[in-house]
Design a protein around this ligand. Structure first.
Ligand SMILES: O=C(O)c1ccccc1N[C@@H]1O[C@H](COP(=O)(O)O)[C@@H](O)[C@H]1O
Length: 458
């Protein structure tokens, strides 16, 4: 008998008493959606767990007071707090969950072995906004019906898998949040490589993907972020920590932002948005990627507010830029010509200024500008940008611009973007020709580029 079957057998014995009484907890406020929160992240997010004990480790931190721990997690920027409610093996309770729910207002996960709707009723009544469904503990039918029941109550569901076979079962219910438990619940063996193994088969970018168990520090987060994880669920290492705030914040490693430029079709805009692009660029300057204002207006309707729309201009006049920015509408103007800082201030809109880099003198020109982002690109060939050429990344340092405002462009591809991120540590990377095949954008390349950029160690 595995520990999982032991736990499930024990859970079955608790169901009658749960059914016999109405859940009776103090009501708590509605929480933001974990799913939406994780989709808009600029760093790897942390789901921090309140975990006193576990079957594999025994007592972990029985002295920790749940409310104080939860407040510390929230203050350190946790995206969500996970509270173990399983009592026999993990020493948790619904009372813990309700106490935490009253103390913090961020998303709250009821971490239990859920096999029956009555447990979901208790989780919701105690204040959870997210429940866990463990694929290994359920039949396909149970998984589908418990998922439908939880979502009908307005709860987010974290669907937990351990391997590719369980992922295939999970995908049948169209989950929005999938967690890969790096711990095998049958053997207790922990292997972070499970995250990458499962991630290879997770091709729907609407799904938010979390890595669970075995995360002890930022080096582990780097491993799973590289595989595509946007959040980590961490229990033991935070429960044992002497400095919870510092240790939790160290896990929130930055994810490089990505701008995909020169998009002209709805297919490619949707592919970029789904893959997690942060900026979409429309080229209004002379280019083979130039689009009309009317086309941009239609494409802009497909872009959610958290993905910023950038209009690329070269030596355009103030009134035209302002008019296009208003009608599309655009969030940022990218100046890719010989515009001066005075001109950019006159337009008065959020701005990216591109600098064509041949030598150190070119990057030093950045100092004369006051813009939101400084974009360093290789010099154009036929047009002012989109040449597909790289420049000497080591020159960026000479610009003396904070890395939180630096964008690297020019000849970036699926193959070299990770190297660029590791070398320059920019806030964002920008790509155009590198995600094209025969001069046409390619959805598969867009996805792979974004995965490699965001997965690269900063
Ligand atoms: O992409 C274009 O066609 C373009 C035309 C005119 C000005 C800027 C343009 N794009 C910018 O070029 C760089 C990167 O291009 P690539 O990846 O080397 O092809 C980027 O900043 C785009 O925004």
């Amino acid at each position: 008998m595995t520990i999982l079957t032991k736990i499930i057998d024990h859970k079955k014995t608790e169901l009658d008493s749960l059914r016999a009484t109405e859940p009776n907890f103090i009501a708590t406020a509605k929480r933001p959606s974990l799913y939406e929160q994780l989709r808009q992240t600029t760093t790897v997010q942390v789901i921090a767990e309140m975990k006193r004990a576990s079957p594999s480790k025994g007592d972990i931190a029985t002295h920790v007071e749940p409310v104080e721990q939860a407040k510390t997690y929230a203050a350190a920027g946790a995206a969500c707090i996970s509270v173990l409610t399983e009592s026999k093996f993990f020493k948790g309770s619904f009372a813990d969950l309700n106490a935490v729910a009253r103390a913090v207002d961020i998303p709250l996960l009821c971490k239990d072995f859920i096999i029956d709707p009555v447990q979901i009723d208790y989780a919701k009544a105690a204040g959870a906004s997210v429940i866990l469904l463990i694929v290994a503990a359920l039949t396909d039918e149970e998984l589908a019906s418990l998922y439908a029941y939880a979502t009908s109550l307005g709860l987010d569901v974290l669907v937990e898998v351990h391997d590719v076979e369980e992922l295939a079962r999970a995908l049948k219910i169209n989950p929005k949040i999938v967690g890969v438990n790096n711990r095998n619940l049958k053997t207790f063996e922990v292997d972070l490589a499970q995250t990458a193994e499962v991630a290879q088969h997770l091709t729907n970018n609407d799904i938010v993907f979390i890595s669970e168990s075995g995360i002890w520090g930022p080096e582990d987060v780097e491993v799973v972020a590289k595989a595509g994880a946007r959040a980590v669920l961490v229990g033991e290492s935070l429960m044992r920590s002497d400095d919870v705030v510092a240790d939790l914040q160290a896990l929130q490693i930055p994810l490089t932002k990505v701008k995909v430029c020169g998009l002209k079709t709805s297919e490619h805009v949707e592919a970029a948005v789904q893959a997690g692009a942060d900026f979409i660029g429309f080229v209004f300057a002379p280019s083979k990627r130039r689009i009309s204002v009317e086309e941009a207006i239609e494409l802009a309707k497909l872009i959610p507010a958290n993905v910023k729309k950038v209009g690329v201009f070269v030596n355009e006049d103030v009134e035209t830029i302002r008019a296009i920015a208003k009608t599309v509408p655009l969030d940022y103007i990218q100046y890719h010509g010989d515009e001066t800082n005075d001109f950019i201030q006159q337009v008065g809109l959020p701005a990216l200024k591109a600098f064509s880099v041949r030598d150190a003198e070119d990057v030093k020109k950045a100092a004369a500008f006051n813009v939101d982002y400084y974009l360093f690109d290789a010099p154009g060939t036929d047009f002012r940008g989109g040449s597909g050429h790289t420049f000497d990344w080591s020159l960026v340092e000479e610009a003396n611009i904070p890395s939180s405002k630096v964008i690297v462009a020019g000849g970036l591809t699926v193959a070299n973007v990770a190297e660029a991120v590791q070398f320059v540590h920019p806030a964002a990377v920008d790509v155009s020709s590198g995600v094209e095949r025969d001069g046409i954008k390619d959805s598969t390349l867009i996805q792979a580029f974004i995965r490699n950029a965001k997965g690269a160690k900063q």
